[in-house]
Ligand binder design. Structure first.
Ligand SMILES: Nc1ncnc2c1ncn2[C@@H]1O[C@H](COP(=O)(O)OP(=O)(O)OP(=O)(O)O)[C@@H](O)[C@H]1O
Ligand SMILES: [Mg+2]
Length: 263
């Protein structure tokens, strides 16, 4: 069975999509069967894998509204990465699902049928704590990964996120927990970066990944070439960091699950 992780932080631009795409790239590159689920109407993960988001019909929008089965939504991308693509129309789902029965469980239900086909399912989420993110958290049976940007003192926003995680855990997905916090866009020249890492480590003892992702221009270029960093610039500092992060994730999963394949 797949390990299913949501990547979430309601603050915009902290590196959620960059982390999802590049972790997926390295997991696939090391032979893991991976599915990336794009739950953000911005569809940045979809385009970062080389797809034209405006052409993505059906998308996770139809999947959530139960207008299309998962197999018709799923694309085989390059780089051995399968994708449930997003489309700008997904923005409407927040509103259209409000009255729907089981609205928080739509993604979880849809993924049940394919969990056995993968080693990892990673879900990208939008910068909000609305129904799309709640669907991602409800489906995330192995936990949530939280990217935190080192350029900004984040604690206020993080306690709001932690509160949402607790509510989802209590009412919707008892398995939900914080699998790990990753520090992104680290700039070794600034004191602020160091302070943020220290503060977040204090706030989330034993949860912060040792690997820190540096600010690296290659990471911001790769999406416009439709390639994850392991393909676009494998020697760059950003690539090396995401490779180490993927290894750290896999090692931790082995340790607390017997087998990373979901014991
Ligand atoms: N380590 C990094 N070094 C340099 N640029 C980065 C790094 N990580 C992310 N970026 C760039 O910063 C911007 C925001 O990153 P990203 O899109 O991954 O954040 P996000 O949390 O998914 O944003 P949103 O909340 O809008 O979905 C992007 O332009 C991305 O290319
Ligand atoms: Mg994003």
């Amino acid at each position: 069975m797949a390990r299913i992780y949501a990547i979430a932080n309601q603050k915009g631009g902290v590196g959620k999509t960059t982390t999802v795409v590049n972790l997926t790239g390295y997991l696939a590159g090391s032979g893991r069967r991976v599915l990336l689920v794009d739950m953000d109407p911005q569809a940045n993960a979809t385009s970062a894998l080389g797809f034209d988001k405006k052409q993505m019909q059906p998308s996770t929008y139809q999947l959530l509204l139960e207008q299309a089965p998962l197999d018709s939504v799923r694309r085989q991308g390059q780089f051995q990465i399968d994708l449930l693509p997003s489309h700008p129309a997904l923005a409407g789902a927040e509103v259209e699902l409000v009255q729907a029965i089981g609205r928080e469980y739509r993604l979880q239900r849809a993924l049940q049928s394919v969990a056995a086909d993968y080693d990892y399912i990673l879900i990208d989420s939008p910068p909000s704590l609305g129904l799309l993110t709640v669907n991602a958290l409800t489906a995330a049976q192995d936990g949530v990964l939280i990217p935190v940007q080192c350029e900004y003192l984040p604690l206020e926003g993080l306690s709001q996120l932690t509160q949402t995680i607790h509510l989802v855990q209590e009412y919707l997905n008892p398995k939900l927990h914080i699998r790990g916090v990753m520090m992104t866009m680290y700039d070794s020249r600034t004191n602020l970066s160091r302070q943020v890492v220290e503060e977040v480590r204090r706030h989330f003892p034993n949860k912060v990944f040792k690997t820190i992702i540096p600010r690296n221009v290659r990471l911001s270029e790769a999406p416009s070439f439709g390639q994850p960093i392991n393909i676009y610039a494998p020697q760059s500092p950003g690539a090396i960091a995401y490779k180490l992060l993927a290894a750290e994730l896999i090692t931790g999963d082995r340790r607390n699950g017997g087998s990373e394949h979901g014991g």
